[in-house]
Design a protein around this ligand. Structure first.
Ligand SMILES: Nc1ncnc2c1ncn2[C@@H]1O[C@H](COP(=O)(O)OP(=O)(O)OP(=O)(O)O)[C@@H](O)[C@H]1O
Length: 229
């Protein structure tokens, strides 16, 4: 069974008199364990599609099946619960909570999942070691560099070991060395833990690292290329 199955998916925005087809009849299947990127020029619908997959937005028409179940059959509460248990989201602007420390931000989903405090600390400790964030646990986001904030956002997305991580332009605000390091860590998590990654990006670094490149153009799926390992 496919992890993500999109069928004739559409999202149309109304902008004044104009209708914008941000996602236009997309059929797409993503299996568990894939490391893939939604590529395409600015405005091609990458973020919109990622938000639809992540249940952060609702389609105008068409269906989204996650783990065999249609999202439209779930209530808002069930969707939020599904998201909490199964999906990690890395936002382009990190979206860390400014009043919380790095470790509190990373443990946020674990807190919502009511994981005991010692287990939360242990998990965040492991992730911070993997992501090279040791010593930064007590810092607030404003006292971290862009790359460090991005890695805290990755730790937050990884903390509950979700089946899938959706990452919107994860390298957009990072220098190339930091981007490469981050991608290498994500690839390692994909290989070792089987976590599915879906990126949106037009960064060649991300596109070259992905095992599958799904190209969008004006909201439509143009090309879908798999690379042999
Ligand atoms: N909330 C919105 N209201 C109206 N139009 C929108 C909205 N969100 C996105 N759009 C439009 O939908 C289209 C797709 O936008 P989207 O952000 O998904 O593209 P993208 O490929 O992620 O672009 P970028 O690479 O610049 O982030 C664009 O024409 C955009 O202007």
């Amino acid at each position: 069974m496919a992890l993500i199955e999109l069928s004739q998916l559409c999202k149309t925005y109304q902008s004044g008199e104009q209708q914008i087809k941000a996602v236009d009849h997309v059929d797409l299947t993503i299996e568990a364990g894939e490391f893939c990127v939604l590529a395409g020029p600015s405005g091609s619908g990458k973020t919109t599609l990622l938000n639809l997959i992540g249940c952060l937005d609702e389609p105008t028409s068409g269906t989204i099946c996650l783990d065999g179940e249609e999202t439209s059959s779930r209530s808002v509460r069930e969707l939020a619960d599904f998201r909490l248990h199964n999906i990690g989201f890395i936002f382009q602007a990190y979206n860390l909570i400014p009043v919380l420390t790095a470790e509190e931000n990373a443990a946020f989903a674990l807190m919502l999942l009511k994981i005991p405090v010692e287990q939360r600390r242990q998990r965040v400790h492991e992730l911070f070691a993997t992501l090279g964030l040791e010593g930064l646990e007590k810092r607030k986001p404003s006292d971290l560099s862009g790359g460090q904030q991005q890695r805290v956002a990755v730790a937050r997305a990884m903390a509950s070991s979700p089946a899938v991580i959706l990452a919107d332009e994860p390298t957009a605000n990072l220098d190339s060395a930091t981007s490469e390091h981050l991608l290498e860590m994500m690839h390692q998590l994909n290989q070792e833990q089987g976590t599915t990654f879906v990126f949106s990006s037009h960064d060649p670094l991300v596109i070259n690292k992905a095992d599958r490149v799904i190209e969008l153009h004006d909201g439509q799926l143009r090309n879908d290329t798999r690379r042999m390992a």
